[in-house]
Design a protein around this ligand. Structure first.
Ligand code: ADP
Ligand code: MG
Length: 333
C-alpha cells in the first residue's frame, strides 16, 4: 500500500516559489490500478516523483507498506526504491545499449551477475512480447516497442509498484491500447500495483479502478472510476469527462439522460433494443463511445420523450441491463 500523507512540494525559482503540489492525501491499495488525472501543469509528474522520492516533498510523508520512505537514510531508501519501478512518456532507454542490455541495466546496478541478469532480461522481454527484438537498439524500435522494453526494464527488480508517467502519451491510439492491455495483464498476473499518470480520461477508463483528479496541485476529487465517470463533481473533472456538445442550449427543458458504458459488450445493440423494448423513440444528442476489445467504453447523451411512463420504462430497461445513467440537467452539460 502507498500512503501519501499531507504532501506538498514547492519549487524555489529566482523570482518566487511555485507550489507544484499542495497538501495531498491519497491511499493506493495493493494490486490496484490507480489513475491520477489532470491538465498539463496540474502537478502530476511532481506528485508521482514524490512517491519514489526522485523529488523530495517539501512537507508531508510517503509510506510504502507502512514504511515511511521520507524518513529513511539513503542506503535503506535505495533498497526500498527497488520496489518501485517507473516508466515515462519518452521511454528514457539507453541508446547505446540494445533491448536486452537495457533490461539488464538495473539488475547490474543491483549487483546481479551478468549471466543471471541476461536470463531474467530474456524472460521479461518475452513477457512483453519482444522475444524477436532482443538485440535491437532503441533507434531500431517503434515507440510501442520502446515502451515495452522500458516496461521490461522497470519490472527487472521485481517491483511491487509501477509508476507510469504519461506512458502512452507519445503513442498512437492502437499502440496505446496494446500498452494499456499489457499493463493490465501485468497487474493481474504479477499483482503489481500500477499508478497511471495521464491527462486523458480514456486511459483512466480503460484500465484504472480508482482515480484522483488533480487541479493546480490539489486533489479535487477522488473515487471509483465508474462513479467519477458517471457524475463528475469538480469543474476540472467535468471538463475532462463530459462530452463537448454544442447547440444543446436549444433543448432546454427536455429530459436528457447520460449513459455511461464501462465495459458492456459492444455487440449488444443497446439503443435499438431500448427503442423496441420500451416502445419509445429516443434522440441521440451526442456520443463518445469506443470499442475496446469488444467492450464498450464511453458515454452517450439521449433525449427522452416528455412522457413519464416511457421514461420509467427506459430507466427500468437500463437498470435491467446494468448500464449506469444519470439524468442530466442541460444547463450542467
Ligand atoms: N524542477 C522544477 N522547478 C520549477 N518548477 C517546476 C519544476 N518541476 C515542475 N515545476 C512546476 O510545477 C508545476 C507542476 O508541474 P508538473 O508536475 O510537471 O505538472 P504535470 O505533470 O501535471 O504537467 C508547473 O507549474 C511546473 O512549471
Ligand atoms: Mg507531467
Amino acid at each position: 500500500m502507498i500512503r501519501i500523507e499531507n504532501v506538498s512540494k514547492a519549487f524555489q525559482t529566482s523570482k518566487d516559489e511555485i507550489k507544484a503540489v499542495s497538501h495531498i492525501n491519497l491511499t493506493i491499495e495493493d494490486g490496484s490500478i490507480f489513475g491520477i488525472i489532470g491538465l498539463s501543469g496540474a502537478g502530476k509528474s511532481t506528485l508521482v516523483r514524490c512517491i519514489n522520492l526522485l523529488e523530495r516533498p517539501t512537507k508531508g510523508k510517503i509510506f510504502l507498506n507502512n514504511i515511511e520512505l521520507t524518513a529513511l537514510p539513503p542506503k535503506q531508501l535505495r533498497k526500498e526504491r527497488e520496489k518501485i519501478g517507473m516508466i515515462f512518456q519518452q521511454f528514457n532507454l539507453l541508446e547505446q545499449r540494445n533491448a536486452i542490455r537495457n533490461v539488464c541495466y538495473p539488475l547490474e546496478i543491483a549487483g546481479v551477475s551478468k549471466k543471471e541478469a541476461m536470463i531474467k532480461a530474456e524472460k521479461l522481454l518475452k513477457l512483453v512480447g519482444l522475444e524477436d527484438r532482443m538485440n535491437n537498439y532503441p533507434s531500431q524500435l517503434s515507440g510501442g516497442q520502446k515502451q515495452r522494453v522500458a516496461i521490461a526494464r522497470a519490472l527487472a527488480t521485481d517491483p511491487q509498484v509501477l509508476l507510469c508517467d504519461e506512458a502512452t502519451s507519445a503513442l498512437d491510439p492502437n499502440t496505446t491500447r496494446s500498452i494499456l492491455d499489457l499493463l493490465k495483464s501485468i497487474n493481474e498476473s504479477m499483482g503489481v500495483t500500477i499508478v497511471v499518470i495521464t491527462h486523458e480520461m480514456k486511459v483512466v477508463e480503460q484500465i484504472c479502478n480508482r482515480v484522483a483528479v488533480l487541479d493546480q496541485g490539489c486533489v479535487v476529487e477522488t473515487g471509483e472510476v465508474k462513479d467519477i465517470f458517471l457524475s463528475p463533481k469538480s469543474r476540472i473533472a467535468q471538463e475532462l469527462i463530459l462530452p463537448k456538445n454544442k447547440g444543446i442550449a436549444s433543448l432546454q427543458g427536455k429530459r436528457i439522460v447520460r449513459l455511461a458504458f464501462d465495459g458492456q459488450s459492444s455487440f449488444e445493440p443497446v439503443i435499438a433494443n431500448l427503442v423496441l423494448k420500451c416502445q419509445t423513440m429516443v434522440n441521440i444528442l451526442g456520443a463518445s463511445t469506443e470499442d475496446v476489445g469488444g467492450k464498450a467504453f464511453g458515454q452517450m447523451l439521449l433525449q427522452l420523450p416528455d412522457d413519464e411512463l416511457a421514461i420509467a420504462r427506459v430507466k427500468n430497461y437500463l437498470d435491467s441491463i446494468g448500464i449506469n445513467y444519470e439524468e442530466s440537467d442541460v444547463n450542467g452539460i
